[in-house]
Write a protein that binds this ligand. Structure first.
Ligand code: XUL
Ligand code: CO
Length: 436
């Protein structure tokens, strides 16, 4: 049985190709800065959108055509879907995938039954990983869909909900380890608030930190050595999510001694919801040594919500890959397409078009970013802009040789600071366009 009989595999045909089912830029074995595109980009397909997305929205039910689904929530259907997922990822040629526990297997009536269902599907995932060589980029627990999590999971006012979430995360960690996952993600889910009158924020944040420490401790106990990530998002589903942006996450991690254990998984549409660019979020994380992984997607500038569209904007992917290269490349992380096809794109083949477009856009962004770095003009302009810090008083300040009094003395002697130099923003933006 094949779910995508019309596709053998997606070939690389080069920029001249007119074949919509071929890569024009993503050439897995091609080297950029001495490393293959496969290793730079570490593309990953998400299970939740690509295999569980139905195209439902607040105005109507799902309408996606998925012939392999039998319409039941059985373990058997989930196992079959897992095989279809691997057929898709293999034909696409992506090296990784990512999932939530509840994407892959149905919930049972009790926690024990749910864990049993999960084990039955994980068995198939493992077989398929071994058959195809596709690896798990990261696992995570869905701690937000079930009604028990209506007030949050680790930040719930109901202590038994915290306990249930801990049990669920424990199992998800075990499963991630079992599948050799390179990482494990915590996204806030409903960890936030709708109304501060009924919320003890300090207590909730302490509980969230405790939860993360328990995860770190348990990983150590079972020998899970994958990277932990926290994924910032400012709103949706709560009006204020505690992990609102990269800076808020870093502050939280630092405050509760978690910074050595977690890096950031940055998502483009979450950055825009936070009123930032993705480039901003990448720079904030990179500067703190916490750039971990990317949830690649894009929002729609005319819509204010998390539309999770596939990224096709070369300017955006260039910015992403420039920052990634600048901070030493993706290590345990990857370019994970946390993106869904539009409701109107209801056919299975649309899943291919969507991923091909995203992968080509990132491959192109990688090549452009590498060309910018090889050329060195931007780097030089940046260096020149800070030239005053290379010697004299700038170098002395950086070396800790000054205080307010000594700087006052210097400026009283000089009377005025040296003249400023133009920021050259327009010239630099024009320069960037020459590489595109
Ligand atoms: C939600 C979101 C999640 C996380 C994993 O907006 O991005 O899918 O990536 O829980
Ligand atoms: Co995400």
């Amino acid at each position: 049985m094949t779910a995508f009989p019309e596709i053998k595999s997606i070939p690389f045909e080069g920029p001249q190709s007119k074949n919509p089912l071929a890569y024009r830029y993503y050439n897995a074995d091609e080297k950029v800065e001495g490393r293959t595109m496969r290793d730079h980009l570490r593309f990953s397909v998400v299970y939740w959108h690509t295999f569980r997305g139905t195209g439902s929205d607040p105005f109507g039910p799902g309408c996606a055509v998925r012939p392999w689904e039998d319409g039941t929530d059985s373990v058997e259907n989930a196992q079959n879907r897992a095989r279809v997922a691997f057929e898709f990822i293999e034909k696409l040629g992506a090296p990784f995938y990512a999932f939530h526990d509840r994407d892959v297997a149905p919930e049972g009536a009790t926690l024990a039954e749910t864990n049993k269902n999960l084990d039955a599907v994980v068995k198939v995932l493992k077989e398929e990983q071994e058959r195809t060589g596709i690896k798990l980029l990261w696992g995570t627990a869905n701690l937000f869909s079930n009604r028990r999590y209506m007030h949050g999971a680790a930040t719930s006012p109901n202590a038994e909900v915290f306990a249930f979430a801990a049990a669920q995360a424990k199992k998800a960690l075990e499963v991630t380890k079992e599948l050799g996952g390179a990482g494990y993600v915590f996204w806030g889910g409903r960890e936030g608030y709708q109304n501060l009158w009924n919320t003890n924020m300090k207590r909730e944040l302490e509980h969230l930190a405790k939860f993360l420490h328990m995860a770190v401790d348990y990983a150590k106990k079972i020998g899970f050595t994958g990277q932990f990530y926290i994924e910032p998002k400012p709103k949706e589903p709560t009006k204020h999510q505690y992990d609102s942006d990269a800076a808020a996450c870093l502050n939280f991690l630092r405050e509760y001694d978690l910074l050595p254990h977690l890096k950031l998984n940055l998502e483009t549409n979450h950055a825009t919801l936070a009123g930032h660019t993705m480039q901003h979020e990448l720079e904030v994380a990179g500067a703190a040594g916490a750039l971990g992984s990317i949830d690649a997607n894009t929002g729609d500038m005319l819509l204010g919500w998390d539309t999770d569209q596939f990224p096709t904007d070369i300017y955006l992917t260039t910015q992403c890959m420039y920052s990634v290269l600048k901070y030493g490349g993706l290590k345990t992380g990857g370019v994970n397409f946390d993106a869904k096809v539009r409701r109107e794109s209801f056919e299975p083949i649309d899943l291919f078009y969507a991923h091909i477009g995203g992968m080509d856009a990132f491959a192109r962004g990688l090549k452009i970013a590498a060309a910018m770095r090889a050329d060195g003009q931007l780097e030089k302009l940046l260096k020149d802009r800070y030239a005053s810090w290379e010697s004299g008083v700038g170098a002395e300040i950086e070396a800790g040789k000054h205080d307010f009094a000594s700087l006052e003395k210097l400026m009283l002697e000089k009377g005025e600071a040296a003249a400023n130099v133009s920021g050259r923003q327009e010239m630099i933006e024009n320069l960037i366009n020459t590489y595109l």
